[in-house]
Design a protein around this ligand. Structure first.
Ligand SMILES: [Zn+2]
Length: 312
């Protein structure tokens, strides 16, 4: 069945992006205050050890493994008392614990690798990368919410890591996910791509920006596209989403129908922004373009751009 841009695609696009392969049963309705402790008492428990944007991986030749036993985690100095429960995998409970990921105290076979490299280099499989996103986001939220935003007193972890409680004023704080809109504006046979100032040389991508309080996804897509490129959009449709653990975002990918073609891009945010013909985009996706390319296949931007380019 052909995929038409403004119809629902035949296969759910979110399943193909990086960080989306999590198959852990979260058992959200069963989270008790002692659920992490109970999980760690199970000899089958596996721990992901992470902190400061890095995860510990054990290397054996070409392959890397992110799973450690409780004894191994303690041996590596992980902060098991502040571990969070991700849920149940086929192998047993999966827990994420804060760990020291800097310095030279690690054994030769264990390396602290930053999340972006793990994702870009495909060091662990899709399911493990999905678990990494869950653990990294949750641990980063805890690290950033040690004090009550209402009264300023220290907060304590509850519900296996899915809540923090202020024991002074009883306010409950819940993990947050920050929505980011990422959108591909399209006009007849062209799509709009930009270059952020920090991008690798030659890379062009879809525009993106945080969704603001009180705003719909569609309006955020329209606002960001207008602010960054002065392009007005008519119809906006959702395409796919991607968990993005930097530190706890959800990328929401959309297509937008451009109403005008004259670009005035925001030079404070973008180094360049222009229309690309479908044929040129196909060479960028396939890495056969002499100088330009799109983000790699794990990125939601890649999937937005490819879905449009291949729909023609
Ligand atoms: Zn408080």
């Amino acid at each position: 069945m052909p995929f038409r841009l403004f119809d629902a695609p035949p296969a759910e696009p979110s399943q193909f992006v990086g960080f989306a392969g999590n198959v852990i049963d979260r058992q959200a309705e069963k989270r008790a205050d002692d659920s992490t402790e109970k999980a760690l008492a199970d000899p089958a428990a596996r721990l992901l050890l992470m902190g400061n944007g890095r995860i510990l991986l054990r290397f054996a030749g070409e392959t890397a493994d992110a799973n450690f036993t409780l004894a191994e985690a303690r041996g590596l100095g992980a902060d098991v008392a502040n571990a969070v429960l991700l849920g149940m995998a086929q192998t047993g409970p999966v827990v994420a614990a804060p760990a020291v990921t800097e310095g030279d105290g690690l054994p030769e076979t264990v390396k602290a690798v930053d999340y972006r490299s793990v994702y870009m280099q495909g060091l662990i499989d899709r399911e493990a990368l999905g678990a990494l996103a869950q653990g990294a986001s949750l641990l980063a939220w805890h690290a950033n919410h040690r004090f009550c935003g209402k009264c300023g007193q220290p907060t304590e972890m509850r519900a296996g890591g899915y809540k923090r409680l202020c024991t002074a004023c009883s306010t409950e704080h819940f993990p947050r996910t920050d929505p980011v809109a990422i959108m591909l504006a399209v006009s007849k046979e062209r799509c709009l791509l930009g270059r952020g100032r920090h991008f690798a040389p030659g890379m062009y991508s879809a525009l993106a920006g945080f969704i603001e309080p009180g705003e719909t996804i569609e309006n955020a897509v329209r606002r960001e596209t207008f602010e960054e490129a002065a392009i007005r959009l008519a119809r906006v449709v959702y395409h796919a989403s991607q968990p993005w653990p930097f530190p706890y975002s959800l990328m929401i990918g959309c297509f937008g129908e451009a109403l005008n073609e004259d670009i005035h891009f925001d030079a404070a945010e973008l180094e360049d922004c222009r229309w690309f013909e479908r044929a040129e985009v196909l060479t960028m996706l396939g890495r056969t373009h002499p100088s330009l390319f799109t983000p790699p296949p794990g990125a939601i931007a890649h999937h937005l751009i490819r879905a449009w380019a291949e729909a023609g």
